[in-house]
Design a protein around this ligand. Structure first.
Ligand code: FAD
Length: 536
């Protein structure tokens, strides 16, 4: 198949990219490794999987009709509802006919003479495209640690990020949940009623706080519809991509009792408000962060009856925000159930899996089911597995051997006409909002180039260097995401580089305005006649 634009990945980003490219008049096709649409929400079907972003702030905003006709059931929708929504969008806008499923891209090679990408997917099907856009996600390659004996285990084992479509039966089962980050802490309380026992294997305790989910009432549904224009305005300008009010006070502008009142309100607030509406200096004033952490630690002590378990559940090695904070529903309470126990892997590391269970330095426990909630190869995982080769056969894996360099987290030099909206260096809050910005930038760029007769687009070295330097400099001063997957430290051998956008959406807005005002000077563009040396 030969198209103008080939999109890879049918998650929320790829679907929007497909829609925008088609509306802009390009011939477009999408290749998806999985058997359906949804990306994250196709693969992560584990019990308890749900949004940490408010449903209506995560969904698309490009069509008021779509917004009006889809009634989210809960403020934080669960995986089944999200997957239904994304399928609805694909059918509503007649996008499914442009998608090939079960088509993992294994090679994508830049062909200089024709200035096209040659792409192999699945059963060696070859596609040609002028522009290749990888919307392959930052959390789409699950990571399972290399633990001896994993294949010996005779029970059932699944990674949360590759959960099977058919339900896993937990009834009366002895279950191990390995990993207590965002996914593991959702699984534990959700399966509790069914199981004989749950053992949570914790390497790092996390600063979990309540999600505070609830159904959306019919009055709220009506308010949401009536407020669509305002919501768009808020979300399209919000630096976090959330609709939460920003707190303009620093922690020590307030007295201790005033701080206590705010912290209590935040504890009872929905999802990410604990970060986005907290004191503005939370992430760069350690004393402020320590106060918030001490507040959460007291909450944990107040919930968990066994003092030793409570202390193990309180993080000791990082402050709030240094790892992505999980949001929970009954996680700490679960440890008051005699069926639930905690194994601290710092005290007793896993030695191996046996045929019947998990052996730590403290001995073996037997299980019927092992749930691997051990995270992802964040940021670069999917892109580095696509077999991408740019100019002169340069492999992306070699180009990024020491970590990625990008412009806006969407293009890297040496790989013309290749874009990856929402890739490494892009993440800045509520995902669909900044990823949507990036899809818009890419689409507008393709339209601009095409109107000007250009068919090759490549970011300038200077633009890429500037953005990458900004990310690295920001990484030295922020305390957000400085350990774990955002710096690659959860994957053995992965270069330790900061993988988020440290300038946030503010920087993205600034550069987007600058790029457009300067006639897309951040990119080199050429026409085929220029390349052939013909007079213009
Ligand atoms: C459990 C979980 C909960 C989350 N909750 C939130 C939340 O509440 N709020 C938030 O903002 N973010 C959340 N995230 C982050 C989430 O990844 C993004 O919100 C969003 O789903 C990213 O969309 P995407 O389309 O960019 O990538 P994805 O949804 O990851 O989709 C990428 C797609 O590309 C496909 N793909 C990858 N490589 C190839 C290849 N070589 N060939 C073909 N296809 C390929 C994958 O199969 C996948 O379907 C969550 C992530 C997880 C794992």
């Amino acid at each position: 198949m030969t198209v103008d634009v080939l999109v890879v990945g049918a998650g929320i980003t790829g679907i929007y990219q497909l829609y925008r490219a088609r509306e802009a008049g390009f011939s477009v096709h999408l290749l998806e490794a999985g058997g359906g649409v949804g990306g994250t929400w196709f693969w992560n079907r584990y019990p308890g999987a749900r949004f940490d972003s408010e449903s209506y702030t995560y969904g698309y905003l490009f069509s008021q009709e779509l917004f009006d006709e889809w009634e989210w059931q809960e403020h934080f929708a669960g995986q089944p509802e999200i997957e239904r929504y994304l399928n609805h969008v694909v059918d509503r806008f007649d996008l499914r006919r442009h998608i090939t499923f079960d088509a993992p891209v294994t090679a994508a090679v830049w062909d200089e003479p024709s200035a096209t990408w040659r792409v192999e997917a699945g059963d060696e099907v070859v596609h040609r495209a002028r522009f290749l856009i990888a919307a392959t996600g930052v959390l789409s390659v699950p990571y399972t640690p290399e633990i001896p004996g994993r294949d010996d285990f005779r029970g059932v084992q699944h990674h949360t990020g590759r959960w099977p479509a058919e339900p896993v039966d937990f009834t009366g089962k002895r279950v191990a949940v390995v990993g207590t980050s965002s996914s593991g802490v959702q699984v534990v309380p959700t399966i509790l009623d069914d199981v004989a026992s749950v053992t949570a294997y914790q390497r790092t305790a996390n600063w979990c706080t309540p999600l505070n989910n609830r159904p959306i009432t019919s009055e709220e549904q009506a308010e949401l519809r009536a407020g669509f224009a305002d919501l768009c305005e808020t979300l399209n300008t919000s630096l976090s991509g959330f609709a939460h009010p920003v707190n303009e006070r620093a922690a020590f502008d307030d007295s201790e009792s005033e701080r206590r009142v705010l912290f209590e309100a935040l504890w009872n607030s929905p999802g990410f408000m604990k970060l986005t509406s907290n004191y503005y200096d939370l992430l760069f004033n350690e004393a402020a962060n320590d106060e918030w952490c001490a507040f959460i630690a007291d909450k944990i002590r107040g919930i968990v009856h066994d003092p030793a378990t409570a202390e193990r559940l309180i993080p000791r090695d990082h402050r709030f925000g240094a790892k992505r904070p999980p949001f929970v529903n009954g996680y700490f309470e679960a440890f008051n159930d005699p069926k639930v126990s905690l194994v601290d892997l710092r005290e007793t590391p896993i030695v191996r899996l046996t045929e019947t269970g998990i052996e730590t330095t403290d001995g073996e426990r037997e299980f019927d089911v092992v749930v691997w909630a051990t995270g992802f190869d964040f940021g670069t995982g999917a892109l580095n597995r696509m077999g991408i080769r740019g100019r002169d056969g340069l492999a992306l894996t070699d180009h990024w051997a020491d970590g990625p360099s990008t412009f806006l987290g969407l293009q890297t030099r040496g790989f013309p006409n290749f874009f990856f909206p929402g890739g490494p260096h892009a993440a800045a809050g509520n995902n669909p909002r900044y990823n949507g910005d990036l899809v818009d930038i890419v689409t507008d760029l393709l339209v601009h180039a095409t109107r000007n007769g250009a068919d090759v687009i490549e970011v300038t070295a200077e633009s890429e260097e500037r953005w990458t330097r900004m990310v690295d400099k920001g990484a030295a001063v922020t305390s957000f995401g400085t350990i774990g997957q955002y710096v690659g430290s959860n994957i053995p051998g992965k270069p330790r580089r900061y993988l988020l956008n440290t300038g946030g959406r503010l920087k993205l807005f600034e550069i987007r305005a600058d790029v457009v005002a300067n006639d897309y000077e951040a990119f080199e563009m050429s026409t085929s006649s220029e390349r052939a040396g013909e007079p213009a």
